[in-house]
Ligand binder design. Structure first.
Ligand SMILES: [Zn+2]
Length: 407
């Protein structure tokens, strides 16, 4: 429903009668949200529709800040993993994408031009310590010649508006016999430029203790619900004491679901022990969009069905990541901030969700995005690009049953 008005209107857009969830102030009430000149102008019940150029009825829906996905891969065409952000943004409500290391020093200029500047979505980067970034599936840190701290620092200083942290992958394949070498360089770089370090974990070596030893408060441990050898829980289920200690000292636990890093067994153990992920991110990429991750709303739905409340889930994809990346003006509907807004329906039904080993869990609710606004403008739906040829052959064997009819 919309009405065209004249330019003397107080508001450009008025979204009426939804349940507003703003984790910054703990708000969850039926309210209207008004937008003027691309920014939030008012959040209050019964704002005057006659003062708005366009009116959208959101009754029966939730109005949240545009979501922030802290672990994404959106360097399409230049990397193994990359997808284009905008077509996904339009149907997920994710208005801010933090790309996790797709680009390194050599490929960041292209990332800036083709992924940041060419997208309507707000795209930020964590710069990979390896100068070649994630051009291939893995092995990016197998060659120490690519750990150029000096060059990475130069690129960061020239691009601080986009680069918000450093990325390193610490698993058997990414490091390929080089141990903690890339991590030491990433540590040195992060300390020098004073930005957080995101560390990917999975299959050892290096071991989880060696990795966590090199992390500092404000750093991000991604893939925290992995079921691989470097999982955060021991055989019997308790979360490792050194993980608890690191978390208490300020290390951030980030989900990063992806195609290899979400185990229900790990997630359920962490929730039961009162140490849930601080941030719920998707690790969205070419393979993950085909399932069982699919998208961030589906990932958030898994945690709703594990017993986390809707405001808690939304906080972990808005205000929490905003604080981690140092962007407090995002992930909130406070008056004056850019009008990044998402509308969701919480649908009830009979659903089955899967982790990456295709372990099923029954669910009764599902979060479905119905509209996404960036700076007050609706992001239009658009076709996503088809998967690249290597996706068909490289998709994890255990997840192929989900792909019938897709590839
Ligand atoms: Zn990733």
């Amino acid at each position: 429903m919309s009405e065209q008005g004249d330019s003397a209107m107080t508001y450009d857009l008025l979204i009426r009668g939804g349940v507003v969830i703003d984790p910054v102030n703990g708000q969850q009430v039926v309210s209207d949200v008004a937008v003027s000149s691309g920014r939030i102008a008012a959040v209050a019940p019964d704002l005057p529709a006659t003062e708005a150029a366009q009116v959208v009825d959101a009754s029966g829906q939730y109005i949240t800040p545009g979501l922030i996905d802290m672990h994404t891969h959106c360097y399409w065409g230049a990397t193994y993993w990359g997808i284009e952000a905008d077509p996904v943004t339009a149907h997920t409500g994710v208005t801010t994408w933090v790309d996790a290391g797709s680009s390194g020093a050599y490929s960041f200029p292209g990332f800036r031009r083709y992924a940041v500047e060419a997208s309507r979505t707000r795209v930020f980067a964590l710069l990979h310590i390896s100068s070649i970034g994630l051009i291939a599936r893995t092995y990016e840190s197998a060659n120490p010649d690519y750990w150029d701290v000096e060059l990475a620092a130069t690129i960061i200083e020239a691009n601080r508006d986009v680069i918000l942290g450093i990325k390193v992958r610490m698993d058997r394949d990414s490091t390929k016999g080089t141990g903690l070498g890339a991590m030491h360089c990433a540590r040195q770089l992060a300390d020098r430029v004073k930005l957080p370090l995101m560390v990917h974990i999975g299959i050892a070596p290096p071991t989880l203790t060696e990795i966590v030893d090199l992390m500092r408060p404000g750093d991000i441990l991604t893939h925290c619900c992995t079921g691989q050898t470097n999982r955060l829980i021991d055989e019997q289920g308790p979360v490792h004491p050194y993980i608890r200690r690191a978390h208490e000292q300020g290390v951030i636990l980030d989900l990063g679901h992806g195609t290899g890093s979400f185990s229900y067994a790990t997630a359920e153990a962490m929730l039961a022990q009162g140490i849930p992920p601080d941030v719920l991110s998707s690790d969205i990429h070419q393979l993950a969009v085909l399932g069982p991750m699919y998208d961030l709303p589906t990932t958030l739905s898994k945690f709703l069905n594990l017993g986390m409340s809707l405001p808690e889930v939304i906080a972990r994809a808005t205000v929490r990541p905003a604080a981690v990346i140092g962007r407090p003006g995002l992930g909130t509907l406070r008056v004056g901030v850019p009008a990044d807004i998402a509308l969701f329906r919480l649908e009830e039904g009979d659903y089955t969700f899967y982790d990456i080993d295709l372990e099923p869990r029954h669910g009764t609710v599902r979060l479905v995005n119905t509209a996404t606004y960036i700076g007050g403008s609706l992001v239009p739906h658009a076709a996503e690009r088809p998967p690249h040829p290597w996706v068909a052959t490289d998709f994890p064997a255990e997840q192929r049953p989900l792909l019938k009819g897709v590839l």
